[in-house]
Design a protein around this ligand. Structure first.
Ligand SMILES: CC(=O)N[C@H]1[C@@H](OP(=O)(O)OP(=O)(O)OC[C@H]2O[C@@H](n3ccc(=O)[nH]c3=O)[C@H](O)[C@@H]2O)O[C@H](CO)[C@@H](O)[C@@H]1O
Ligand SMILES: C=C(OP(=O)(O)O)C(=O)O
Length: 420
């Protein structure tokens, strides 16, 4: 298992190219199952989760090619030869469940392993199943698998999500594009990644209204066609590197990012003393003064994203005064707290809230990554800490961040991957 060795205390300065959004790409790749024509996707991040989704889609029968000249440009084409998503792939990555809606809509049947829980929470898929059932699917759970059939095809419906779910919205929108008649989804998620999915589906010939709102109207069509689509920039990768500029007291230009998608993250950065400027095709972030404590509550978009919670926890651990972070999306997303405390942070967890009492400095330590964003919070702490931090279990990070050590080292960080 690889680990990172970080020697902290160096302010970061330079340019970082922000890649395509992991969470948009993972939702958009299954759209390839909705057509027999070519779906061509540009600006794909080079991360392990994309490889996992490729493995899944390939075993459903599609061919995947990566452009010789552009490793971020993928093409998907072929007919579905297998409607089963096996446990050995789904268990690696929960987003695998996003093939369920497309397979069902296109083939009238799908057998998808239940994803199970993960380090940050139990993460059931009941809303995905309820919404697909409302579209006419018959669903049974057997032997750890979701067996879904729609022998007469799916039929448009009106479905109100009892609470907001990104994945359930995505699965249902994809399925509804090929259903008979109109589907109305209320209380749908409206994350920018869902807008990106809707844009791709519209480019494929889908009829969708309400993009960016919680009320989506989808008029089913007989077939979708091929399309070319460029994946939206990763607002979480962007926010993460903005925290790196903030925690080290440096200045970074984040190429390809736009403040319009950062919303609550940008306000939180500014409130705690990190300046953010939109430039042409980049965001500039810098900190010259001290950091101030703030309160944050994670919420569905446009609220503060849970995927930025751990990184802000690191930033707030060296901010003046006390801060409170309340996590409302996942029940177990404070696994980084004991590791940050081992580096000298003063954080106490009370139920779904964490109180962070800012300390003057952190000190390097051996720490262990527990999930993707927790891993980066420990890198951030390591970049600011005095001395050496050894971060174990880097494979969590490789799931969702491209070339972390190269991007950070190019801006002056001392970070090295130790292979083992
Ligand atoms: C690949 C991808 O895009 N992942 C993102 C997606 O995950 P994901 O799509 O899994 O997240 P959801 O929005 O569905 O989950 C939100 C909450 O609803 C619960 N829930 C969800 C579905 C369901 O059927 N039943 C249920 O109870 C979950 O356990 C969680 O507590 O959105 C999350 C919330 O912004 C992000 O943290 C993840 O990075
Ligand atoms: C929780 C995350 O991803 P996933 O839903 O793929 O586990 C994340 O990106 O922080």
């Amino acid at each position: 298992m690889d680990r990172f060795l970080i020697r902290g205390g160096k302010p970061l300065h330079g340019d970082i190219v922000i890649g395509g959004a992991k969470n948009a790409a993972l939702a958009i790749m299954p759209c390839a199952l909705l057509t027999s024509e070519t779906l061509s996707l540009k600006n794909m991040p080079q991360i392990v989760d994309i490889k996992t989704m490729c493995d899944l889609i390939h075993q459903h029968g599609l061919d995947i090619t990566i452009d010789d000249k552009d490793p971020h440009h993928y093409s998907f084409k072929g007919d579905i030869t297998n409607t089963e998503a096996p446990y050995n792939i789904v268990s690696k990555m929960r987003a695998s469940v996003l093939v369920l809606g497309p397979l069902l809509a296109r083939c009238g049947k799908a057998k998808v392993s239940l994803p199970g829980g993960c380090a940050i929470g139990t993460r059931p898929v009941n809303l995905h199943l309820d919404a697909l059932t409302a579209l006419g699917a018959e669903i049974e759970i057997d032997g750890g698998y979701i067996n879904a059939t729609a022998p007469k095809g799916l039929t448009g419906t009106r479905f109100v999500f009892p609470f907001v779910s990104v994945g359930a919205t995505e699965n249902t929108v994809m399925a509804a594009t090929l259903a008979k008649g109109r589907t109305e989804l209320l209380n749908a998620a409206r994350e920018p990644e869902i807008c990106d999915l809707v844009d791709c589906l519209i480019a494929m010939g889908a009829k969708i209204q309400g993009r960016g709102t919680s009320h989506l109207i989808i008029d089913g069509v007989d077939a979708l066609h091929g399309a070319e689509h460029s994946i939206l920039f990763d607002r979480i990768e962007c926010g993460t590197y903005a925290c790196a500029a903030g925690i080290t007291g440096g200045e970074l230009r984040l190429i390809g990012a736009k403040t319009e998608y950062l919303g609550s993250v940008m306000h939180a950065l500014e409130e705690c003393g990190v300046e953010v400027f939109q430039e042409e095709n980049a965001i500039r972030v810098r900190r010259t003064g001290s950091l101030r404590g703030i309160d944050i509550m994670t919420e569905a978009y446009p609220g503060f994203p849970t995927d930025m919670q751990a990184q802000f926890m690191a930033l707030l651990s060296i901010s003046e005064g006390a801060s409170m972070i309340t996590e409302t999306i996942f029940e177990n997303r404070f696994m980084h707290v004991p590791e940050l405390n081992r580096m000298g942070a003063r954080i106490n967890v009370h139920g779904s809230s964490a109180i962070i009492r800012g300390v003057h400095s952190l000190s390097g330590a051996p720490v262990m990554a527990t999930d993707l964003r927790a891993s980066f919070s420990l890198i951030l702490a390591g970049l600011a800490a005095a001395g050496e931090t050894s971060l174990n279990r880097v494979y969590h990070l490789d799931r969702g961040y491209e070339a972390v050590e190269k991007k950070l080292a190019a801006c002056g960080a001392s970070i090295e991957r130790i292979k083992s």
